[in-house]
Write a protein that binds this ligand. Structure first.
Ligand SMILES: C[S@@+](CC[C@H](N)C(=O)[O-])C[C@H]1O[C@@H](n2cnc3c(N)ncnc32)[C@H](O)[C@@H]1O
Length: 164
């Protein structure tokens, strides 16, 4: 899938995972909203969870890279199909083990696995020393989300993890 990032640029560029993806030519960064192409927008404020059914709608995945401190619903006012990611744990050293607050590369990778593009997910994560940790931590839920047919199924699986 084509990966695009609405880039706010308020995080340390040395640590920013979107910047690193750009350096490897794996994602395109956009500093203005209007240049972001229409696609599936990874949006933690969205009402609907991403599911394999979304794969049919587009070949374009969009994330919004800003620091979590400044992330607001307004920043996600991007034209596209907005989806939240279901329960997953961060594998990066800054937020290790925390649910939902993923880095941009983790969000892309989790979404790609759910959408049936595991190879691309593994390739992105291979550029990060902790990348495999993300896949290991979330192996079982990711596999189960990827087997669901729709968003309701993904939410039902997610609820099993939240109830534990
Ligand atoms: C807030 S930025 C933080 C990026 C961080 N500075 C980095 O270097 O990767 C992470 C982005 O990944 C996506 N993302 C992360 N967790 C998500 C979730 N639970 N649901 C949907 N999208 C999510 C969103 O596009 C979000 O804006």
């Amino acid at each position: 899938m084509d990966l695009h990032v609405r880039y706010e640029g308020d995080d340390d560029p040395q640590k920013c995972t979107a910047k690193k993806l750009e350096r490897f030519d794996l994602a395109t960064l956009h500093s203005v909203k209007r240049s972001v192409p229409y696609g599936l927008v990874l949006d933690p404020f969205a009402d609907k969870a991403l599911s394999p059914a979304d794969r049919e709608s587009t070949d374009t995945l969009v994330a919004m890279d800003s620091s979590w401190e400044s992330a607001s619903a307004e920043q996600f006012e991007i034209d596209g199909i907005h989806r939240a990611l279901p329960f997953m744990l961060a594998g990066n050293p800054v937020n290790y083990g925390n649910p939902y607050q993923l880095t941009t590369v983790e969000a892309f990778a989790g979404a790609l696995v759910i959408l049936g593009e595991r190879e691309q997910a593994e390739f992105l994560l291979s550029k990060f020393r902790w990348g495999q940790t993300f896949l290991d931590l979330n192996e079982e839920p990711l596999e189960r989300y990827a087997e669901c047919t729709d968003s309701a199924g993904v939410v039902a699986v997610q609820n099993e993890y939240l109830d534990r």
